[in-house]
Design a protein around this ligand. Structure first.
Ligand code: FAD
Length: 414
């Protein structure tokens, strides 16, 4: 049997390891388009804040790790798929045959459609190559403009501040992390950042970037910002362009069933490239977070080896951020559900916020600021779909009693 895994990120690496655990003999080839050993994008902020060196971002750090598992690592780009004859085309013209294929090619940042976005000094923060260029320009005292205060933007924000730059964040939405927090929490996070010396312009967009000395960033208000570096963090899209001629069904990402199998039975998909099942809604969406990529990679691999024996129940959407010392999180249906109930506890002076969303007596979503101790517990309650019974009312009176609720419900004494 020949297994090929296209994409050497967390989804691809976990898939290869899982295949090898289940099948000691077959050939496994892992193809990554980037020159470095497989690494974690999630670790890039730590690299930028100089907590780790580049090797610290590598997903597996032992020398010879892939060789020892008899996984052949190929650095090349997949440019086409012919599912009818089980073959892949590589950028160097080579054609590879597979019996089972996993597509785990991740996502790519979207370029906002504004003039000047291709200028030197304007970058994404997505790859190790990006990180090197950012590190070269983001020096103490340099002026940096960050476009986008979503999840990825906020993660980068922290490391830029640690590098001592003068930072301005421009966000089109009316608050920070608009897809993770409501108005109140998103604006509390904004105040927190401003208090730490970051200029945050919400409800503003960049309309153009011009080459001057160094760069001029023009806002919709007419204001001009000078910048040594502009970082664009305005969203991502799945890497599926190379599938255009393949007849594989795609939408926002590669369409898969509950076994993470695509419209072609020998081909599976995982991670940011795949449109997998959402645990909360049952809908098939691209989640673009690492825990989902890892879960997909493991389940798809089991199904590739053992012929669809493991159903993917859906991945829980979750985001956890540390923004200059303030921890924020959101899980599941944090924005609430039709006919559901909610409770919200806000203490603006202490930067504490806790919002619980219920459907009947089950917790279906949470968003929080400044509540580290409740994060794991809330996740367990949502994922376990535990009936809260009388604990629902108790939580509505005091949402901070999540730990007690979890203990009571998980022991069946709710
Ligand atoms: C700065 C930053 C911080 C992040 N922080 C977090 C976080 O705190 N929490 C979290 O959950 N998520 C975080 N993420 C998102 C997380 O990194 C992704 O969700 C995760 O990497 C997805 O894993 P993946 O394996 O699907 O794709 P990727 O990690 O993107 O890997 C895809 C792989 O496919 C390769 N590839 C692409 N196209 C081709 C092709 N045509 N042929 C061959 N190979 C190809 C790429 O080179 C890469 O090796 C962060 C992302 C960034 C950029």
């Amino acid at each position: 049997m020949q297994y090929i895994v296209a994409g050497a990120g967390p989804a691809g690496v976990v898939a290869c390891e899982t295949i090898r655990k289940l099948d000691k003999e077959s050939a496994i080839t892992l193809i990554g388009a980037e020159p470095e050993p497989p690494y974690s994008r999630m670790a890039i902020p730590y690299l930028l804040s100089e907590k780790i060196a580049e090797q610290g971002t590598f997903l597996r750090k032992t020398a010879g790790y892939y060789e020892q598992l008899n996984i052949k690592l190929v650095h090349n780009r997949v440019t086409g798929l012919n599912a009818a004859d089980n073959s892949l085309q590589l950028d160097n013209g080579e054609q590879l045959k597979y019996d089972r294929l996993l597509l785990a090619t991740g996502a790519t940042p979207i370029n906002p459609p504004i003039p000047g976005v291709d200028l030197e000094g304007v970058r994404h923060c997505w790859t190790l190559k990006d990180a090197r260029e950012i590190a070269a320009r983001a020096k103490t005292g340099s002026s940096v403009v960050l476009m986008g205060a979503g999840f990825i933007g906020c993660i980068i924000l922290e490391s830029l501040v640690k590098r001592g730059v003068k930072l301005t964040v421009v966000e089109r939405g009316d608050r920070m992390v608009p897809r993770m927090m409501d108005d109140t929490a998103g604006n509390m996070l904004k105040e927190w950042c401003e208090d730490k010396g970051v200029r945050v312009l919400t409800s503003h967009s960049v309309t153009a970037i011009e080459k001057s000395d160094p760069l001029s960033v023009i806002l919709d208000s007419g204001e001009r910002l000078h910048a040594d570096l502009v970082i664009s963090a305005t969203g991502v899209r799945s890497n599926i362009d190379f599938l255009q001629q393949s007849e594989l069904e795609t939408d926002q990402g590669i369409l898969v069933n509950s076994f993470l199998q695509t419209s072609h039975p020998a081909v599976y998909a995982a991670g940011d490239a795949a449109q997998g099942r959402d645990f909360s809604t049952g809908e098939f969406t691209v989640q673009a977070i690492q825990p989902t990529a890892v879960e997909h990679g493991r389940i798809a691999a089991v199904n590739m080896v053992q012929n669809n024996c493991l159903t993917h129940q859906g991945s829980l959407n979750m985001n956890v951020l540390d923004t200059l010392g303030l921890i924020s999180s959101s899980f599941g249906q944090w924005m609430g559900v039709d006919g559901g109930d909610a409770v919200c506890f806000v203490d603006k002076t202490r930067y504490k916020y806790l919002n619980l969303q219920f459907k009947d007596d089950v917790l279906v979503g949470i968003s929080s600021l400044g509540h580290t101790e409740n994060i794991g517990v809330a996740r367990g309650l949502i994922r376990g779909q535990l009936a809260l019974g009388k604990w629902k009312q108790r939580l509505q009176k005091n949402p901070e009693r999540l730990m007690e609720a979890w203990l009571a419900c998980s022991m069946g004494i709710a």
